[in-house]
Design a protein around this ligand. Structure first.
Ligand code: GAR
Length: 191
């Protein structure tokens, strides 16, 4: 059985989609969701879906090994960042090398980096009148949005689209592809 731990800071619609995708899968299991936001909507989703959820603060994440200890005890095969907005400290990367992936709501290297998340990304796509955008799933390294790319998918942007409708198109791509990419990564060795 492969174990996934999800880190999420906000709504958690991707977290819910991943949990639902693997709900009846005997090979892959979402063990827990961790969040850095006390009131994140993802916590309500976890309660409803009966998935263990843990809150942690900045000290536990960056200034001590609290989160590392928690993650080590959960022993994940893959750590999935799904709308998680803090930079991953090197100490954590060192414990889980090549085992942390992120989804970004644009075609990296476009619109990545510190502060580029959610609607800010989609507004930039709109402001630049781009004719396409998409999603990038990538390994996490010590720089925001710069790790090796695993997968990208594109969608068209119409002149009539605004940041909200672009976000909607991008979310659809995320829901369609993110669980399948995770499944492929986890089961690539044939188990
Ligand atoms: C997703 O669109 C994800 O790609 C984005 O946050 C959203 C979270 O939505 N992540 C970033 O912008 C990271 N830089 P969700 O909480 O409903 O899954």
């Amino acid at each position: 059985m492969k174990r996934i731990v999800i880190l999420a800071s906000g709504s958690g619609s991707n977290a819910e989609n991943i949990i639902s995708f693997f709900k009846d899968d005997s090979r892959v299991h979402v063990s827990a969701v961790l969040t850095n936001k006390k009131n994140a909507a993802v916590l309500e989703r976890c309660e409803r879906l009966k998935v263990p959820a843990f809150y942690f603060n900045r000290t536990a994440f960056s200034d001590s090994d609290g989160v590392i200890q928690l993650l080590t005890s959960l022993n994940p095969d893959l750590i999935v960042l799904a709308g998680f907005l803090w930079k991953i400290p090197t100490s954590l990367l060192n414990v889980f090398p090549n085992n942390i992936i992120n989804i970004h709501p644009a075609l990296l290297p476009k619109y990545g980096g510190k502060g580029m998340y959610g609607s800010k990304v989609h507004q930039s796509v709109k402001d630049n009148a781009d004719s396409e955008t998409g999603i990038t799933i990538h390994y996490v390294n010590q720089n925001y949005d710069e790790g090796a790319i695993i997968f990208q998918a594109k969608t068209k942007v119409a002149p009539s689209d605004d940041a909200n409708s672009i976000a909607e198109k991008v979310h659809q791509l995320e829901y369609e592809h993110f669980p399948k990419v995770i499944e492929k990564l986890l089961l690539k060795d044939g188990d």
